[in-house]
Ligand binder design. Sequence first.
Ligand code: ZN
Ligand code: ZN
Length: 166
Amino acid sequence: MQTVGPVRSFSWPCMLNGMDVVKQKSVHKAAESKLAELSFRYTTARKRLVELLAKTDGPLTLPEILATDKKLAQSSAYRNLEVLVQCKIVDRISGIKEHAHYELSEFFTGHHHHLFCLSCGDVQDIEIDNCVEDTIASLFESVLKEKAFKPAGHTLDLHGYCASCI
Ligand SMILES: [Zn+2]
Ligand SMILES: [Zn+2]
């Protein structure tokens, strides 16, 4: 945990520090209990999807997921991803292009933001410094107070052109 920088006057939720902290085994345990909360079972297919996303660096589209694990069938993979999204195990990121991207939720991966390429539709993860996160939080503080709005989190997307599209 970073100790420098301004003290947060309110905290953004869930600041787990990346997949190295949350080991594979506990990922499956947590996924299983999150599914159970909504009476879903942790089937082999759902486990394969979680495992694949846990091993991957950055969000993947459904075609990319299917290309990575040939044993996954398209229709059931889509349905299972949506179940995982519903249980907050996976986040669906609406892409610029036609395909949505999927990644393990911030509960598992830690808080981060995304870069969207306007040309190829690629989505990359970026982490910004805690000091910048605190600055973002304090920038919104007065607005939130004025609206009597209790913050529960934020997303911050940057749109532009990736290295291979420039
Ligand atoms: Zn690109
Ligand atoms: Zn942030």
